[in-house]
Design a protein around this ligand. Structure first.
Ligand code: UD1
Ligand code: CA
Length: 451
């Protein structure tokens, strides 16, 4: 079945009190629209986004999103049927059309697959039951649970208003059926809008069985205000944290774990409170992540500990390592097995060899550090000359004394020593000691004369 998704995103969203289109508001670090498009990409669907308010902002945003996505402009927001109509020229007869809302970002792939499956007779609608259905279109069904009509709040009689099953806005329909049905939709209703929901009555009258598919409340929630956006954020956080628990990860507090990407983990990993996981995270077995850590696109090996308050981004950490507290691993950091990165240490495009240590107050940028080398407190690789970045290479089993400046490009050999407080501007050979600092002078009784 060829699926074509039409995503409605023309609305103003004035209750967001924002200068940007509603669908560009983010949850879990990703715009609502991008989330919807990610789901449709998983369905291998072509997508057409209907734009209206802040179309330029949305178009610009879409440039950074991959996939088979086209756009149409709905000039006047005359209603949901008009919005879908404006996208019909992008669809073709052999397709099944899936209508989604750009501001309903959490709808699951599973529900959509079920909806698509149930549309095999031509038409299915996604519904849910609400204790307080006020404001939503009510689904009228017959005794066989086949939908007969959707009645909007404004047009509902007291009896209809008692119905708790509501239309989520999401439906799936054969393209030709949709094309024909749209011709019959009028704006003869309380809102004087062209309701897409009128299709149910129109198409049901043609003898087609319209199947309601039930979704859970959470996944079909939309966001019209910052409060509702925050509610979605919390639903998403809960869903993602549940996913970590299902994968066997121990969480200190589900409500204080933020997953904004995908997490892959071995057994016996644990995550303390206030941890943010973004992008693609891969954890081995027995990884322990302390409180208040931020991790984005990182791979961490077995039995490694990330102590609290660390920031890791685009980094690869081996097994049996200890990182932090207060460490910052930036892009291109590779920390090999058994290495240690301590407090207030920053690494960038740097490899720290097996068993090497940088325990305190250090910057390692564009550097290669060999196995079991010790980097003393306060060591800085001076990698930048104001124009270009340069490389520092340090061999294995070496010792860099406290408060040394290694002026790159520079090479320090194996089993080499650098005296504390040195400024190293020349290469240091294997097994050598380099001292590059002012000689200490003693002036006996110097202060006595001062008083
Ligand atoms: C719609 C449904 C209602 C359903 C509810 C679920 C209709 C007539 N009613 O009502 O049955 O319970 O959604 O949330 O469809 N949009 C456009 N162009 C337009 C009008 C709307 O792109 O001309 C977009 C909006 O940006 C929004 C979506 O369509 O994303 C829904 O429109 P909205 O006006 O919010 O519909 P509701 O009245 O909530
Ligand atoms: Ca709405």
């Amino acid at each position: 079945m060829k699926i074509h998704t039409i995503i409605l995103a023309a609305g103003a969203g004035s209750r967001m009190k924002s200068n940007k289109a509603k669908v560009l508001q983010t949850i879990g670090g990703m715009s609502m629209l991008q989330r919807v498009l990610r789901t449709t990409a998983n369905l291998h669907s072509k997508s057409t986004v209907v734009l209206g308010h802040d179309k330029d902002g949305v178009l610009k945003h879409l440039q950074n999103i991959e996939g088979d996505v086209s756009t149409v402009i709905q000039t006047n927001q005359l209603g949901t049927a008009d919005a879908v109509k404006s996208a019909m020229s992008h669809t073709s007869k052999d397709e099944t059309v899936l209508v989604l809302y750009g501001d309903v970002p959490l709808v699951s792939e599973d529900s959509l697959r079920e909806l698509i499956k149930k549309s095999k007779d031509g038409f299915s609608i996604l519904t849910t039951s609400l204790d307080n259905p006020f404001g939503y279109g009510r689904v009228v069904t017959n005794a066989d649970n086949i939908a007969q009509a959707i009645v909007e709040e404004k047009d509902a009689t007291a009896d209809i208003k008692l119905i708790k099953e509501i239309f989520t806005g999401i439906l799936c329909i054969n393209q030709e059926l949709l094309e024909a049905g749209l011709q019959e939709v009028t704006n003869d209703n309380a809102a004087q809008e062209f309701y897409l929901t009128d299709l149910v009555k129109i198409i049901s009258a043609k003898g087609i069985n319209i199947i309601p598919v039930t979704a859970n409340n959470d996944e079909v929630r939309g966001a019209n205000s910052k409060s509702e956006l925050e509610a979605l954020e919390s639903i998403l956080r809960n869903m993602n944290a549940q996913d970590l628990l299902d994968k066997g990860i121990t969480l200190a507090d589900k409500s204080r774990t933020d997953v904004r990407g995908s997490v892959d983990a071995g057994n016996d990993c644990s995550i303390d409170i206030n941890v943010i996981l973004e992008g693609n995270i891969k954890l081995g077995n027995g990884v322990s992540i302390g409180a208040n850590n931020y991790l984005k696109d990182v791979v961490i090996g077995d039995n490694t500990t990330i102590e609290p308050f660390s920031h890791l981004c685009n980094a690869k950490v081996g097994s049996q390592c200890s990182i932090g507290p207060y460490a910052r691993l930036r892009e291109g950091s590779v920390i090999e097995d058994g290495a240690k990165v301590g407090n207030f240490v920053e690494t960038k495009k740097t490899t720290l060899g097996k068993g090497a240590k940088a325990n305190h107050f250090t910057y390692l940028g564009d550097a290669e550090v060999g196995e079991n080398t010790n980097i003393g407190a306060g060591t800085i690789t001076c990698n930048y000359d104001g124009t270009n970045k340069h490389q520092t290479t340090i061999g294995s089993d070496s010792f860099i004394g406290t408060n040394s400046s290694l002026v790159a490009p520079v090479e320090i050999g194996n089993n080499a020593y650098v005296g504390a407080g040195s400024v190293i501007t020349k290469d240091v050979p294997d097994n050598a000691l380099a001292v590059g600092r002012g000689k200490q002078v003693i002036k006996e009784d110097w202060s006595k004369d001062k008083k």
